[in-house]
Design a protein around this ligand. Sequence first.
Ligand SMILES: [Zn+2]
Length: 93
Amino acid sequence: MSECPKCGGKMIQGEAYINVDTLSTSSMMSGMMPTMPGMNLESVGIKQEKRIKWREKTGEKTGFLIKSEEVRTMSVKGIRCLECGYIELYAQK
Ligand SMILES: [Zn+2]
């Protein structure tokens, strides 16, 4: 178990992600149709969770004709302090 560099509290592991609200259908419809009473807009929106990725250039060149720099993609993990809420992120292969 890691210790918080700020206060020395306990750190717990977590994962960084973005919560994306896809309300494309309801926002399009609302312009044409009157909002129906009792209609729950919350259920219409599709909730999507997007993971944060870390991308870096490895410095290695790939390809014979078209030289392009190789890119390494890693998932971003993190630990959060239970005491002060300090978050430390790190990339994992
Ligand atoms: Zn702390």
